[in-house]
Design a protein around this ligand. Structure first.
Ligand code: FES
Ligand code: MG
Length: 593
């Protein structure tokens, strides 16, 4: 091995080789040598590499990592490191109630404690399902030991009757067919299950593919990591190479704080627009930035990213799925096209030890049906609009999924392009929505906007993906698949609904949505990036004065802790107190006996 290694004293040696405190060193070595390791290797001055295992039976989207573990460990051994796998609190997007978002900060806390409190010199972060990726990046940013992300990869493409069946996307489509009476419950189930043909995470450009693209665009993984489908041999090779690479990162002391810079986040924002990425990326990236101590604001998503064209033809904004995206070159090909147009900060340092510009040299689209060129994109201006007004200080709208039909119905008024006025229908959470959406008394028609509140970080708790509300069955039968929807929760990254979401501050803490009533007129002005309730000011003020915060009912201790400390989606939905703890690896914890 290199000379660097011989000179460097690793953090783990404070545990395993500390002649100043032989009693403790013996205690640490004694127990780790009773299972996997020998005393000689623990005391051999080699870097100890943690592998944060996010896969399990409870977390199927990441279960591929159970099988990749051999290759990760082989890579670490090959490069002279000692691998130590450890479990991460499971986060499963579709299985965890009331929402997996509640657990992102819990897994983050757990990771910080492990990375700080155990003899680790670096870490491989296994990622995949939506919140696993930001939770791992947030923890690594806080502790600031060398860290590299390894995605498990998307599932193979799903197929139903000769057509691509994308994760999530087929759920939203089949829900409408069920509402129209065109399919029965049995076919509904079969259609949805057809979208999950193998191990891996969602095969659409939902939140999982998005967040792994973000990890790569930030420079936190090897080049090409995010798009390789889970069952492909390239995924096994990537696991091995990632294991090898983290050892060298430790030897070079290449840390998250060297990689997670403002420029890296701007690269990620640009890539998110080009891939048609999820509206969950802004809060997750905001959280990573805050834990890394990087200045980022929800408005940056519009100023840095709105004018970026959509390059990737992948569901929900397009037609293809993960296999085609990978074969077309994946994230490096997208970034290569963006780079030719001068949209990428080349100088950003990455986990490879080279700059982003060096990583991307020679990369471009291999299939222009799937990854378009900057000059001939799927559509122009595909980033997020960040709206404000008397209903919220900020809310996001994903423009890459605005369909022609939606544009014509709601946003194309002669002389008032991009402006829409309508009657508000307000629901208090998803249960209320399901109870009343088909109630004829509400008389919901094309002149309505559907609102949902009480579903943010504090309200739900955790912020639920419920804003993409389907119109009443009767409207769907009449051919209206979408109404504008607005809420203080989130929506699935696989949804093609052009909702206005992540409204902050949320209603239960006194955000503007709290004062809206069914029947109010509401005005959306995309040109001015505004949405307002058209209620006279004195009436609005009277509602504010009369408002009482709803009582929160906690079902678990964590729900209460979370609600006490969580901030708003615009600020990343972080545990606010946790953002003060940066670079905690720089201080060693005390001995335990
Ligand atoms: Fe886990 Fe989509 S539900 S990746
Ligand atoms: Mg989801």
């Amino acid at each position: 091995m290199s000379d660097t290694r011989a000179k460097k004293r690793f953090r783990s040696q404070e545990w395993f080789d500390n002649p100043n405190n032989p009693g403790m060193t013996a205690l640490y070595v004694e127990r780790y040598q009773n299972s996997t390791y020998t005393r000689q290797e623990l005391m051999s001055e080699r870097p100890v590499i943690g592998i944060a295992q996010t896969g399990s039976d409870l977390a199927p989207c990441n279960k591929i990592h159970v099988f990749l573990m051999d290759r990760i460990k082989a890579g670490i051994r090959e490069a002279g490191g000692i691998p130590m796998e450890f479990p991460v609190h499971p986060i499963q997007e579709t299985g965890k109630r009331p929402t997996a978002a509640l657990d992102r900060n819990l897994a983050y806390l757990g990771l910080v404690e492990v990375l700080h409190g155990y003899p680790l010199d670096g870490v491989v972060l296994t990622t995949g399902c939506d919140k696993t990726t930001p939770a791992m990046l947030m923890g690594a940013a806080t502790v600031d030991i060398p860290a590299i992300a390894l995605n498990g990869g998307p599932m193979l493409d799903g197929w139903w009757k000769g057509k691509r069946a994308g994760s999530g996307a087929i759920v939203w489509e089949s829900r409408r067919l069920l509402a129209e009476g065109k399919i029965d419950y049995e076919e509904f189930m079969s259609r949805v299950c057809s979208s999950a043909p193998s191990l891996g995470h969602c095969n659409t450009m939902g939140t999982a593919s998005t967040m792994n693209a973000m990890a790569e665009a930030l420079g936190m993984s090897l080049t090409g990591n995010s798009a390789i489908p889970a069952p492909f041999r390239e995924r096994m090779a990537m696991a091995y190479e990632t294991g090898k690479r983290i050892v060298q990162m430790v030897l070079d002391d290449l840390k998250p704080s060297d990689i997670l810079t403002r420029e890296a986040f701007e690269n990620a924002i640009v890539v998110n627009a080009a891939i048609g990425g999820s509206t969950n990326a802004p809060p997750h990236l905001q959280a990573v930035a805050r834990h890394a101590g990087v200045e980022l604001n929800v408005k940056d998503w519009e100023t840095v990213g709105f004018d970026v064209p959509l390059l990737v033809n992948m569901q929900p904004a397009g037609e293809y799925l993960g296999e085609s995206f990978f074969r077309a070159g994946g994230v490096p090909a997208v970034m290569g096209e963006l780079r030719k147009a001068g949209r990428i900060h080349d100088g950003a340092m990455t986990a490879t030890g080279r700059t982003m510009g060096e990583n991307l040299a020679g990369w471009e689209s291999q299939d222009r049906a799937v990854i378009k060129t900057y000059a001939e994109p799927m559509r122009q201006n595909a980033g997020f609009k960040v709206l404000s007004g008397n209903l919220f200080e900020s809310a996001l709208m994903k423009t890459s999924v605005i369909s022609k039909d939606f544009q014509e119905r709601f946003l194309s008024h002669p002389g008032a392009e991009g402006i829409h006025e309508a009657r508000a229908i307000v629901f208090e959470g998803p249960e209320d929505y399901h109870d009343r959406i088909n109630d004829p008394a509400l008389a919901i028609d094309e002149d309505c906007i559907l609102f949902i509140r009480g579903v943010g970080c504090v309200g739900y708790p955790g912020s639920a993906e419920v804003v993409n509300m389907q119109p009443p069955d009767a409207l769907i039968r009449a051919g209206i698949n979408h109404l504008p929807t607005v809420g203080d929760g989130r929506q699935s990254g696989t949804s093609e609904s052009p909702s206005i979401l992540n409204a902050s501050p949320e209603s239960v803490v006194g955000g503007g949505l709290a004062y809206l009533a069914t029947g109010d007129r509401v005005r959306l002005d995309l040109n001015a990036s505004r949405m307002d309730a058209l209620v006279p000011e004195d009436e609005w003020q009277a509602r504010i004065d009369a408002w009482k915060a709803p009582e929160m009912v906690h079902q678990t201790p964590w729900q209460e802790i979370y609600r006490t400390h969580v901030g708003q989606l615009a600020d990343g939905g972080c545990l606010e107190l946790a953002t003060a703890y940066q670079k905690v690896a720089q201080s060693l914890p005390r001995d335990n006996h």
